[in-house]
Design a protein. Structure first.
Lengths: 304, 304
DNA sequence: TATTATTAATGAATATTATTCATAGGTATG
DNA sequence: CATACCTATGAATAATATTCATTAATAATA
């Protein structure tokens, strides 16, 4: 018999186009999903997915179920928001401090949706840079910090968002374009174009260049698009999340290269005080954020 | 985590107003439902139901979930109809033969809904009386017979619908009104008002009066309301399903009395040929019919 | 008012079912 | 042609839902 678990699987399947990726998304094994799919197909006497070589494709029946799933899961979320409202603790503030510049891109639409769902909650972005953002939480200057730290600290909870890859971005005519993978040494004589944040905040420098003793020149820009313009016009190399540059790469405005053999990856967490973590609107924010990210950002991977 | 099973339980709970009755409806034990409810309440940190003496009441949270359930289950049914259409076998005929006169009352709205959901299926009522309605199926004169027989016959499947009680209906001033329960002997000198069908088709006669050797006078009428008019004007007693007369009893137009200590009950089945039974639109018809009946008719009980 | 019949809640035992593990076979890629 | 992916599958295991047995509470009945 059909259960919500199946619907959740279906959407994951639809969004990832692969059983194993979908499995990661719903925190199960590939085998579990395979069995689920099998059961559904037997139950309805219809194929739900179809192997397309390496990946899979949803059949007509599968797509119909995905559309069902979309509606149903959304209705459930709305209902659960109402339940949260019934149980009170529904008003409060959600001031978000962003450690990661590019996160603006995906955060905006989520914030818009959130404002609609939780009109009673005061939603804000905390601007400016903060050397110790976690301290902000403790001092009450913010309610959530979105960043990549996961330092264990009592009273603080780090909610995993996702893992993403940071790629080097070069002009299509750049001398290094021939290399499939860039190593630390390749950055010796280049100018690095970054957001205007301290060095410790830039993963490429902290995790790759500094350990290798390399200190390239830096030039900063506020906006992602500005950074890409500088890159395209040969002023230097940038290191940006794969999902932030996809459309530019697809249009050959710039090219992207992996950094190091297994790539440079970064994990994103939403950190809150323990007490904030239990607030229903915060939980809803996290669920929505994760869903939206997995639905829109390509190439990201779920975290434990 | 919320699953469809919980939603199905919730609606049953809502429609029956009792955990044990709801349990029967979804073919589980009372204990199972009690555990489900507990789990939900823990999960949402909210009470879902509230004891009101003997029976229960849904809390605000519970009602919200019921409304969710309604929407969701309906969407699922629509989706499953679409799946059936995808898998073909979607057209055909559904000619219904009615053994039970009163069934018109609940069947009509169901047929209307069915026509909308399955425009390709030819839907009809087979009129007239048939001494052996099952024969109709075998001869291809009908696709479903709704009646109370459950004679085992190869190639025929009997799908249980529900069990209902047949009550004696009297005028409020009738001499027998003082008795809580009527026995066979009470019918000795009364006129029985029935639909114009053979005696073998009238449960009261077949199961109660004939075994007791009592043969009361009969007078017939085509419509339920006509029968009730005759009863109200003291022309005799009728025996009708409890759900068919409820509103008349509530308005004191007539009074209803149980027949025999444990009541006179009748089971309703929808019988089809084995091959017809597997058609998706037939399955959908059965599910819809059962749901609609349990939602509208009071005092009916699920069958195995 | 005592008695009986119902009804719901609960903990422990059981049955069922989902999930994982281990593995095999298929398909791209270099 | 080897390697790295992917999916499918049967058996073993883990998880969980359900039942069983019992208690407490409430309503109906004598």
């Amino acid at each position: 018999m059909l259960e919500l678990r199946h619907l959740r699987t279906l959407t994951a399947l639809h969004e990832t186009g692969s059983v194993s990726r979908a499995a990661k998304r719903v925190h199960l094994t590939q085998s579990a999903l395979s069995h689920q799919i099998k059961a559904l197909q037997v139950h309805y006497g219809l194929p739900i997915i179809q192997r397309r070589g390496q990946s899979i494709e949803l059949t007509e029946a599968g797509k119909r179920l995905v559309s069902l799933s979309g509606k149903v899961l959304e209705e459930i979320q709305t209902a659960e928001r109402d339940l949260a409202r019934i149980s009170q603790q529904t008003s409060g503030s959600l001031r978000i401090a962003l450690e990661c510049h590019t996160c603006f891109d995906w955060l905006m639409p989520i914030m818009d949706a959130f404002r609609q769902h939780w009109p009673e909650v005061e939603l804000d972005l905390v601007s400016g840079f903060h050397s110790d953002p976690i301290k902000l939480l403790e001092e009450g200057g913010a309610d959530v910090v979105i960043g990549s730290e996961r330092e264990r600290r009592r009273g603080i909870v780090h909610h995993p968002l996702f893992r993403f890859e940071i790629l080097a971005v070069l002009a299509p005519e750049h001398a290094l374009r021939g290399k499939r993978i860039l190593q630390a040494a390749d950055f010796t004589d280049v100018t690095l174009i970054t957001y205007p944040v301290p060095e410790e905040r830039i993963d490429l420098i902290r995790k790759v260049l500094k350990p290798a003793g390399i200190h390239p020149q830096r030039r900063t820009a506020e906006l992602t698009i500005a950074i890409l313009q500088l890159v395209a016009s040969q002023r230097g190399i940038a290191a940006l999340p794969s999902w932030g540059i996809k459309s530019y790469v697809d249009h050959d405005y710039v090219v992207a290269r992996r950094i190091g053999a297994s790539g440079l990856w970064s994990d994103l967490y939403a950190s809150t005080l323990k007490e904030t973590a239990s607030r229903p609107y915060l939980r809803d924010f996290l669920i929505t954020a994760r869903n939206a990210c997995f639905a829109t950002l390509e190439g990201i991977v779920p975290l434990a």
